[in-house]
Design a protein around this ligand. Structure first.
Ligand SMILES: Cc1cc2nc3c(=O)[nH]c(=O)nc-3n(C[C@H](O)[C@H](O)[C@H](O)COP(=O)(O)OP(=O)(O)OC[C@H]3O[C@@H](n4cnc5c(N)ncnc54)[C@H](O)[C@@H]3O)c2cc1C
Ligand code: SF4
Length: 282
């Protein structure tokens, strides 16, 4: 396998596609290559090509989660989401861009089952083990998006700048459909360069997990208030990060038999998170 290390973003983007895969911290790419779930003739190392660091509201996609969790310029919800993700070692390597693009943790998918998301006919999780799976958007694939960080950025109303465009973070994600089973809208030769994260009046991130450390979100709830409005976004509840149109929107959840408990956890965390950022103190 060849390793390229371009120094410019446009060179890195031009090298992608046709068997070339972007490599940031490698905490996701390397396990996927090892398991045969990702194939690459060439790895394009992004270290010198993608911005790293925080400058006011702008965050380079190459910034590690460990750098973000201690940076005072970063809104609290994002710092908390980073500090509750993975382990210290993984946060020291894992970057913001890589975190947003991590693949599902659904074990059927990770074990290489020919499931619907892999292009097959059925979702094995729906009939099988699905305690960690989705309560929204689970019509075709019931996977639960694992990124704490993406939910925080969604509540904060972040904008993503890529080598091709600028878009609200909500538009980086899509529910997979029969004719397109991708869960992001990023093109094969498109790189995330940086995010712009508006400063909220207040924000928080709460996470329910099986262990108190080093566990993916069963349910993660981010809330951010700005100018009297509160935005809420969830992790671990749908195949993509999920924007919640207020606490009552949980009534529209479509849980599987084994994920009904997540609705109750989400209700409790949404209540606590919104109380925590409510400017009226309510
Ligand atoms: C055991 C374990 C536990 C974890 N727990 C959590 C958790 O609780 N919460 C959580 O949120 N995350 C968790 N993670 C995910 C972890 O945070 C990510 O693996 C990490 O942030 C990915 O960053 P990376 O730089 O290593 O990405 P890489 O592995 O280098 O890349 C990941 C993907 O993103 C692409 N990519 C990377 N950067 C860019 C870019 N700038 N533009 C375009 N494409 C890019 C790569 O091509 C690849 O497809 C966990 C991971 C592991 C292995
Ligand atoms: S939840 Fe999605 S990834 Fe998991 S088995 Fe079903 S289709 Fe595959």
């Amino acid at each position: 396998m060849e390793l390229l290390r371009p120094s410019k973003a446009d060179e890195a983007a031009a090298a992608l596609g046709n068997g070339s895969v972007a490599l940031a911290g490698g905490t996701e790419v390397v396990p996927l290559l090892r398991e045969g779930l990702l194939h690459a003739d060439t790895l394009v190392q992004l270290t010198d090509a993608v911005p790293r660091g925080v400058d006011g509201t702008r965050i380079g996609a190459g910034t590690t989660l460990a750098e973000l969790e201690v940076d005072p310029q970063i809104p609290q919800a994002l710092r908390e989401a980073c500090s509750l993700a993975a382990s210290p070692q993984l946060r020291a390597m894992g970057t913001l861009g890589g975190n947003l693009l991590q693949a599902t943790r659904c074990w059927y998918w990770r074990l290489g089952f020919d499931c619907w998301l892999h292009g097959g006919e059925r979702c094995f999780a729906k009939d099988g083990a699905h305690r960690e799976h989705a309560i929204f958007g689970n019509d075709r694939c019931a996977s639960a998006h694992p990124s704490d960080v993406a939910a925080a950025l969604l509540a904060l109303g972040a904008t993503v700048r890529t080598t091709q465009r600028e878009l609200p973070i909500a538009e980086l994600y899509r529910l997979p459909s029969d004719d397109n089973r991708e869960t992001t809208t990023l093109a094969r030769d498109e790189l995330i360069l940086e995010l712009d994260v508006p400063t909220p009046d207040a924000s928080t991130y709460l996470k329910a997990m099986d262990r108190r450390k080093w566990a993916f979100p069963l349910v993660g709830v981010a809330a951010a208030s700005r100018g009297g409005e509160i935005r809420i976004a969830l992790a671990g509840v749908a195949p993509t990060p999920w924007l919640l149109d207020g606490p009552a929107a949980l009534d529209a959840a479509t849980p599987l038999p084994g994920t009904a408990y997540k609705v109750e956890i989400a209700r409790a965390l949404v209540r606590r998170a919104t109380e925590g950022v409510d400017p009226t103190g309510g």
